[in-house]
Design a protein around this ligand. Structure first.
Ligand SMILES: CC(C)(COP(=O)(O)OP(=O)(O)OC[C@H]1O[C@@H](n2cnc3c(N)ncnc32)[C@H](O[C@H]2O[C@H](COP(=O)(O)OP(=O)(O)OP(=O)(O)O)[C@@H](O)[C@H]2O)[C@@H]1O)[C@@H](O)C(=O)NCCC(=O)NCCS
Ligand code: ADE
Length: 279
């Protein structure tokens, strides 16, 4: 799929399929520092590639459901949509947990891709052109005020994201989606075509994500020093040029520190989906 933007009618009915394909492409991509891939399980003792594939199979029907909900409720104001789709989001999370025996493989990915599929449903129901710009703007509209409502006003932090907002002001997945995927639009998508070979293209995009994405997984596992270690390492490789051997060495460095850029892995799948659309 990489390298060719499908014609709009195909894309607007296939975005959920695109998203599932992007998740499978992400987990098979190898070598991914600290992450599950076809070579090893990265910094994870409780996840492997077959588990990720089962998880993707479980959440795929829900990605189609998010698209349909977006179509059905296209006339609803954007700010009303999160409440309307959250039950599907939570049900999708339960489907993931059932497929993984309770392991969190794609919680962040469900949120980001669920919003994106909902956005595509709304745009296509309005007979508007499906573009990266329109999708990112609609995703931002659907999550407007989410950080303020769920993080700034959070009294008792429970999740990593809530704890890290209070400790460091990190907004995680919520902030990324609410900004219309600003990290991707600024640091990843403009550089997508600098690599001609599809595998290097995805690996370079992942490196750019590790260099610039404020990944709450890294901070919840290794503190701010863990995030800065990964960002500095990735920026050095981007500056000096890299080969697969460099990523294999980085993989060992992250594994030895129990670091996993799970948020960046999610955003790699999001980037793959967005790049199937015209600007
Ligand atoms: C909206 C929520 C999803 C927010 O959840 P939470 O309060 O936990 O907030 P975050 O920490 O911000 O995000 C959760 C996951 O999002 C990914 N992520 C992290 N940073 C970013 C970022 N900067 N941009 C985008 N996405 C980001 C990341 O997910 C991936 O990593 C997880 C696997 O890694 P691992 O280290 O194993 O994670 P843990 O199991 O937590 O650690 P260990 O126990 O193993 O040590 C996996 O989730 C990947 O996807 C963050 O983990 C949520 O509150 C919510 O509302 N969910 C309901 C669904 C819903 O609302 N749907 C509506 C429409 S679909
Ligand atoms: N390949 C991967 N390894 C670990 N966490 C992830 N989250 C999303 N994709 C992942």
């Amino acid at each position: 799929m990489a390298g060719t933007a499908l014609t709009e009618p195909q894309v607007c009915t296939n975005i959920a399929t695109l998203a599932a394909e992007a998740l499978r492409k992400e987990v098979w991509l190898t070598p991914k520092p600290g992450l599950v891939d076809s070579a090893n399980n990265g910094s994870h003792s409780d996840m492997d590639l077959p588990m990720f594939l089962r998880s993707i199979g479980a959440i795929t029907p829900w990605l189609h459901q998010f698209y349909r909900l977006g179509q059905q409720d296209a006339a609803q104001p954007a700010t009303a949509m999160l409440t309307r789709i959250r039950p599907a989001g939570l049900a999708c999370e339960q489907a993931m947990f059932s497929a993984t025996n309770g392991i969190n493989t794609h919680k962040g990915g469900i949120f980001s891709l669920g919003i994106l599929c909902t956005a595509a449903g709304r745009i296509s129901a309005r007979q508007q052109r499906l573009t990266r710009t329109a999708l990112c703007a609609e995703a931002a509209a659907l999550t407007q005020g989410l950080v303020e409502r769920e993080l700034q006003h959070c009294r008792q932090p429970v999740t990593a994201g809530e704890r890290l907002f209070q400790a460091h002001g990190m907004t995680g997945a919520r902030g990324e989606v609410q900004s219309g995927f600003l990290t991707l639009r600024r640091h990843v998508l403009p550089y997508w075509w600098t690599e001609n070979q599809p595998e290097r293209r995805s690996l370079n995009a992942l490196l750019r994500l590790m260099a610039f994405n404020p990944d709450t997984n890294l901070v919840s596992r290794g503190g701010l020093s863990g995030l800065h270690f990964v960002q500095d390492y990735a920026r050095r490789l981007l500056k000096n040029g890299w080969q697969k051997e460099d990523l294999q060495a980085m993989d060992q460095a992250l594994i030895s520190r129990h670091l996993s850029p799970g948020g960046s892995a999610d955003l790699l799948a999001i980037s793959t989906v967005l790049m199937a659309f015209p600007q």
